[in-house]
Design a protein around this ligand. Sequence first.
Ligand code: ADP
Ligand code: MG
Length: 397
Amino acid sequence: MPKKTLEALAGQPLEGLRALVRVDFNVPVKHGAVTDRTRIDAALPTIAWLRDRGCRVILLSHFGRPKGGPDPAYSLAVVKPTLEAALGTPVQFFEDPTSEATAAATRRMPRGAVALAENTRFFPGEERNERALAERFAALGDFYVNDAFGSAHRAHASTEAVAHLLKPAVAGLLMAKELAYLGDALATPTRPFVAVLGGAKVSGKIDVIEHLLPRVDAVLVGGAMACTFFAALGLEVGASLIEPDRVEVARDLLGRAGRKLVLPSGAVVAQRLASDAPTREVAREDVEPGWAVYDIDRGTADAFRDRIVAARTVVWNGPMGVFETPPFDRGTIAVARALAEATIQGAVTVVGGGDSAAALAGAGLFGSVSHVSTGGGASLEFLEGKTLPGVAALDDL
Ligand code: ADP
Ligand code: MG
């Protein structure tokens, strides 16, 4: 069911209304300072949209994993200076978003002002999705906007329960973009539709393969994941990272997928994982004991590139090799470049997964694909065809 987005409210008088916005400010912090602003920047369009219309903006987010109570180490106050710099305006900080005083304070905010509330996980009802806590949150706004796609797979008071209490409850601009790409684009893809899957583990992505197989024209498999499939083919995998308890599932998938599931024909192998270790390119049948697969070989990279460039819709999740340790980043970079190339040719290209996004950024290609999902776990669940509670609770269009 398509969801109502912020833009659907454009025709309504919003001047002076309090917008309660769930954002994802779960940012990396070191020595008391935010080290990566990406998630804050991602929330700016929604905040600007609301301020332009004279709304008062109250931001809610979780931050880290405090153990069910206030913990200064996880105070969202750490984000305030970075947010103020990004917005170019002072931000009011509410230490206790559940208090009457805070609800009253939101009513005194000037139009266009922005406030940030303390870490939602300081309140035990948050992760239990408690109605009582959601009622306290709901008292902070006149309508609800969820822009935290990365948290939408969790039914928490600030993502799920509150959306039932405060109406309208709509998707923010970032959330709407995620839904458009991961939802619509992949549900009704222009063909050929190719999925590229990699990463360390097959276990976390079996449901993705299951869900995508009937929908795609091909699934290209790389990364350590491919090694579990090699083992399922009865090949020697040497010291490669495999999941022995998933070999049977992999064999079953191979049997059912037929030619749709495309495995690497060869690999880059080494005897240890280090940039200065001697490497060899071998056919997948020729991995020797003591050697481990750390990347797809050039032939596979070329073959994957050809499939990707010929596609009209591409979804990529998971690196092709240990891209953190060059030269084992080559296959991953080749895939990143192929996605960029496909995008130029008009394909819809979607990247999900934190490591894949990092690899894309490392190759200088972050802006060269149609969409990079901000939600690791949430985008995977989307690709598994699951309903995300934080999305389901929003108003239908
Ligand atoms: P994403 O975050 O994009 O979803 P994953 O977390 O599933 O990706 O997997 C990323 C990890 O997989 C990386 O740390 C990478 O080093 C690892 N990986 C990829 N290929 C291999 C391999 N052949 N052997 C060991 N690790 C690998
Ligand atoms: Mg990862």
